[in-house]
Design a protein around this ligand. Structure first.
Ligand code: AGP
Length: 614
């Protein structure tokens, strides 16, 4: 997930400060690189008649580099940039490593067109090969540049008509994206939406467009929402919408946003946690796109190969450790391989004296900065073992410390309780297990829709379960096999943001001691995968016969339903997709309970998003 912003003004002016402010507000969407471009008008009367109608013939000032907004804008002096049009982009690297060439905005071959994108163009590699065959000047490997060249190659063919060129480019580009683009000789800004966020703003003598609302609100509260398949044409005093399909003009609906900016930053959700939970279907889809087209997956799988008698290690902390454990179940049940999931310090204490050059460990950390994990990396390095990484923050220490790593492509996770990063960690392990087993990864394609449906059908029931749990300060989550990690994760979320005590354990373990906690009404939640219902019914009855309240989270199963008090139903799905779906109601239960207890789930007491201490 990246961030794009564009502005066009009636009068030429120093746009630098506005672009920097917008970039700062978008920086949560990516900070691998940042760039700005401004177009200053050339003397009147230059360019073609159509161009003279928009009287431009401009010159493009493009400044960009690797790094965060404050560093790069100071180093390249964004503040002095002048013009009547401006574009800014914040990059979260997916296609193409962070570099100057891959930083955005990008120019076309002749430096006439400048543009920037957010999203994923999944046929990026094929398009670049086409551009090279057609003699275009391709400078990097980033799919944002692909959007610019896709427009460029149709511009000349369409009588220098940007709108027509963008419509033609739309047919070439596959994936979910949005981009903003302009030609130096055309005093308009253009933007297109296809799956990624885009909203426009109308101000006094300026219009602007952005990936999200918070970066527009300091300039204006008169907004125009852009929908998929629409092209926005911005002039200093107007936003016109056109259908990408037939080029027809679409009536734009202007609305006045009177809410507080911070609500907009949360995308209209009351908390970042709920916003990030609702981003899970999209980011899971983006990750599957990325994995299906990334050459790094092959390198990662090769690096995972160990002598047959040696297991691989999956190492993490907190939520990331739970993803490691789920990964280990997938590894064995799908690929018939052994992976040992360990907490980072446990890896040092339990394996630090035996691992060696033939061993491989996958270190999992969304932030890539967790000290406990980095200590374990050091221990592995010290024994010449191979270090692989699974991470969300690309420029992180773990990224640099890994022989090879795979990104989670979730975009920035702001809320302390990890949600979307856990879902994508699980998706990544499932994907790799499928590849190792030689199974068709297309079988995973239904996952984004299943996640969206799970959110729809479980939120109300999760709210009701949370209302019941509200009065309890002690409870258990039980899981069996592949849902054991989900029970651990559900319990951690509940502990983190409700301050109640909750433990997640293997359901068959409950009778070996913890069952003594059960009394009248005592809540026990049973997370059940398809095929495990019969086993779970045994464990349910151990609880209900002692007055406990059994709450099932599972796909519909009449036998299980007959034995429990509450039933939170998820959509039917494959046994290995289900643990990922079952995570969402557990996240929602903890969220609703936290809010009902008057706690800010984004900033629970005593915790921090990234733990860089021992
Ligand atoms: C999860 O909600 C917590 N924020 C915490 O347990 C977290 O998972 C843990 O600190 C590991 O963080 P990492 O993935 O950034 O390494």
């Amino acid at each position: 997930m990246c961030g794009i912003f564009g502005i066009i003004t009636r009068e030429e002016q120093t746009l630098g400060p506005i672009l920097i402010e917008a970039a700062r507000r978008l920086s949560y969407r990516g900070y691998d690189s940042v760039g700005c471009a401004t177009v200053a008008a050339a003397p009147p009367g230059s360019g073609t008649p159509q161009q003279q109608r928009y009287s431009a013939g401009g010159s493009i000032d493009l400044r960009k580099d690797v790094g965060c907004v404050d560093d790069v804008s100071a180093r390249l002096n964004f503040a002095e940039m002048r013009g009547g049009r401006g574009i800014a982009q914040l990059r979260w690297a997916t296609f193409g490593a962070p570099s100057h060439e891959n930083a955005q905005p990008h120019l076309d071959s002749d430096g006439d067109i400048v543009g920037a994108h957010n999203g994923n163009v999944v046929n990026n590699v094929q398009m670049r090969e086409l551009f090279l065959r057609e003699g275009l000047t391709v400078r990097g490997t980033n799919d944002g540049e692909t959007c610019v060249h896709a427009v460029e190659r149709h511009f000349d063919r369409n009588g220098n008509d940007m709108l027509a060129a963008i419509r033609a480019a739309y047919d070439d580009l596959e994936g979910d994206y949005a981009f903003v683009i302009t030609h130096r000789d055309d005093h308009r800004l253009f933007a297109i939406k296809k799956g990624s966020g885009l909203v426009a703003g109308l101000g006094g003598g300026l219009t602007c467009i952005s990936s999200d609302l918070p970066s527009i609100l300091p300039l204006t509260r008169r907004i125009v929402r852009i929908h998929d398949g629409e092209i926005a044409v911005l002039a200093p005093d107007s936003v016109e919408l056109y259908s990408v399909h037939d080029g027809a003009r679409i009536q734009s609906e202007e609305e006045y946003y009177d809410g507080p900016i911070e609500v907009a930053e949360k995308g209209g959700y009351p908390h970042f946690m709920l916003k990030e939970i609702h981003e899970e279907p999209t980011v899971a889809g983006e990750l599957l796109h990325l994995l299906n087209s990334s050459k790094y997956v092959g390198r990662f799988l090769d690096a995972l190969t160990t002598p047959s008698d040696r297991p691989v290690y999956f190492v993490g902390c907190g939520t990331s450790y739970h993803a490691c454990l789920l990964g280990a179940y997938y590894w064995n049940q799908i690929a018939g391989r052994t992976a040992i999931a360990l907490l980072a310090p446990q890896f040092i204490e339990q394996c630090g004296q035996s691992v060696g050059p033939d061993d491989v460990a996958v270190f999992v950390s969304q932030s890539g900065e967790t000290k406990d994990v980095l200590n374990a990396v050091k221990a592995m390095r010290g024994r010449a073992g191979r270090v692989l990484g699974v991470l969300n923050v690309l420029g992180s220490t773990l990224a640099h410390a890994s022989d090879v790593y795979l990104p989670l492509a979730c975009g920035y996770e702001i809320s302390v309780p990890a949600t979307k990063t856990f879902v994508n960690q699980a998706v990544l392990f499932l994907y790799l297990a499928y590849r190792l087993a030689g199974r068709e990864t297309a079988e995973l394609d239904p996952l984004p829709d299943l996640l969206a449906r799970t959110l729809e059908v479980t939120d109300a029931a999760a709210h009701d379960v949370a209302a019941y749990l509200h009065d309890w300060d002690d409870m258990y989550y039980l899981g069996y096999g592949v849902t054991h990690p989900i029970a651990l994760e559900g319990a951690l979320k509940l502990k983190e943001i409700t301050y109640a005590h909750c433990e997640g354990i293997f359901s068959s373990e409950f009778k070996h001691g913890p069952l003594s906690a059960v009394r009248q009404g005592y809540p026990v939640l049973f997370i059940t995968a398809p095929g495990d219902e019969a086993m779970m019914i045994n464990h349910v009855n151990e609880v209900t016969t002692r007055g406990g309240r059994a709450i099932a989270i599972a796909a519909e199963d009449p036998a299980l339903r007959a034995n429990v008090h509450d039933y939170l139903v998820i959509p039917e799905a494959d046994r290995f997709l289900s643990p990922i779906l079952l995570t969402l109601p557990a996240q929602l239960i903890s969220y609703h309970m936290s809010v009902a207890r008057g706690i800010d789930p984004d900033r629970p007491r005593n915790l921090s998003k990234t733990l860089t201490v021992d």
